[in-house]
Design a protein around this ligand. Sequence first.
Ligand SMILES: [Zn+2]
Ligand SMILES: [Zn+2]
Length: 210
Amino acid sequence: MGIILDIHLHTSRHSRCSRIRPEDLIDQAVRVGLDGLVITEHHYQWDQQELADLAAASRHPGFILLSAFEYSSSQGDLLVYGLEPQLAGEFRPGWPPERAAELVQHHGGVCIAAHPTRADLGFDERLATLPLVAMEVRSVKMKEHEQRLALNISEAMKIPAVAGSDAHDLHDVGRFATEFEDLITCSADLQSALSRGRFHVVSSTVRKAP
Ligand SMILES: [Zn+2]
Ligand SMILES: [Zn+2]
């Protein structure tokens, strides 16, 4: 049995569009059967101390709490994993996606295309040329047909599929998630699993619910 993570969500602490209070997050995640979360604020990455403080305040000592960030390019959003938190500030919103992806690679991180087929926030044909380790094919922010299209594109392009909730409200946490085949305890583990394609999409995270 793998490790089930919601790898895309926002909190009100650093994403003004989110209504999720960080202090409610871990309880909710455990309730819906997640093993861990990757908080992906817009243009901000939680640092180690913030993560440790939130984890310590929860009643779930084994819970996996990691951070990454979501970058808004001139055409499409990228989820960026594996960078040092302070590097998020180097990424100015609105660059062409290839420029942001190049800087991520330069710093040794990896990119996932977020909601790539969204009518308002999707990518153009450059999607095919970006150095992606995966494509998001399901989230609460993608309509049914956008999810089907994203899955078809990921299969046609042979880019592995991931799912994350993109939650901005507490009840959406864990609605979509990704199961990893190896133990993940830190962001280096996550990055390595993403690079090696050792994961698959899970549509439900209720398996551990009481
Ligand atoms: Zn948002
Ligand atoms: Zn998002």
